[in-house]
Design a protein around this ligand. Structure first.
Ligand SMILES: Nc1nc2c(ncn2[C@@H]2O[C@H](COP(=O)(O)OP(=O)(O)O)[C@@H](O)[C@H]2O)c(=O)[nH]1
Ligand SMILES: [Mg+2]
Length: 276
């Protein structure tokens, strides 16, 4: 599957993040728990210098719990600070704020609050995680000036202040696998890849890894057939038929893509630590 992407945009985004980084003690790199490798941007490390980082593998309520446990065991043997979060259900969010506070000693910051910021690819849940961190502390989100110039600090508590605007990183698509994973979790705009091709890959992936979910969601008895035929089967089951009796493939692929991306088909992980 091909995805168009633009190195120029990436460099600009990285420069902006580099500027914002100067103002913080520690960075929260938000990734997607369903694709922990593809949803990272390796260029971030090059601009961090010695700044500490915590990776928040977000949307963990959409990921396969068994695979998430495998990731946790794997990552426990690595140096990297990490936590699996879900900004929608607030899972792991308190742990995240504790890590932020504990990793920057009060001495090191001259007894002021830890300053942190959120960075990550589009759509990984950066804004939602900022909201969740804010709510978890009971901090006020209202009363912000209508017109803000520059960044504002959200006072999470006396020990933690968070930059209210996340830094946006651009995806780095280094392989066909990255292209598919990033499309499937919604990190790239659906205008820069072919949705039919993406859906065929989604179907192939589900057939291989989660056949029971594919069957259950679309009420399919037999999935042992070509991807094109399965997409048509799904369209027929859902009644996606055009006036002339033709199958409405656009509607069908839109639905399959959205349902996969939003976790409607079930809890799914695209990458497991075995493949490293
Ligand atoms: N299930 C689930 N959905 C999430 C989570 N975080 C964000 N979302 C959804 O993902 C989409 C993108 O979230 P947003 O915070 O705008 O992402 P951003 O572009 O990184 O700021 C929205 O539809 C959110 O509702 C999460 O932890 N779990
Ligand atoms: Mg946002």
């Amino acid at each position: 599957m091909q995805v168009q992407w633009f190195p120029g945009h990436m460099a600009k985004a990285l420069r902006l993040v580099k500027e914002q980084l100067k103002t913080v003690d520690i960075v929260i790199e938000v990734c997607d728990a369903r694709a922990p490798i593809s949803s990272r941007n390796n260029e971030l490390s090059s601009i961090l210098n010695n700044k500490k980082r915590v990776i928040a593998f977000n949307k963990s309520s959409l990921a396969d719990d068994t695979v998430t446990q495998q990731w946790e065991s794997y990552l426990n043997n690595c140096e990297e600070l990490f936590v699996f979060t879900d900004a929608l259900t607030h899972k792991g969010v308190k742990t995240l704020s504790n890590i932020l506070i504990n990793k920057i000693s009060a001495n090191m910051r001259y007894n002021r609050a830890v300053k942190a910021m959120v960075v990550g690819l589009p759509n990984v849940g950066k804004s939602m995680l900022i909201n969740s961190l804010t709510q978890s502390s009971g901090a006020k989100t209202g009363n912000r000036p209508g017109v803000t110039r520059g960044n504002q600090w959200i006072r999470i508590n006396s020990e933690l202040h968070l930059l209210d605007t996340p830094g946006v990183l651009m995806p780095k698509i280094e392989s066909e696998e990255d292209a598919f994973n990033l499309a499937a979790i919604g990190c790239v705009k659906d205008t820069i890849f072919d949705k039919y091709a993406a859906c065929k890959e989604i179907i192939q992936f589900l057939k291989l890894k989660y056949p029971h979910l594919l069957k259950a969601r679309y009420k399919l008895e037999n999935i042992d057939k070509p991807d094109d035929e399965l997409i048509s089967d799904i369209a027929l089951k859902r009644g996606f038929i055009l006036k002339g009796g033709e199958i409405d493939l656009n509607r069908c692929t839109d639905i399959i893509y959205d349902e996969f991306k939003n976790g409607v088909i079930g809890k799914i992980s695209l990458q497991s630590p075995h493949i490293i």
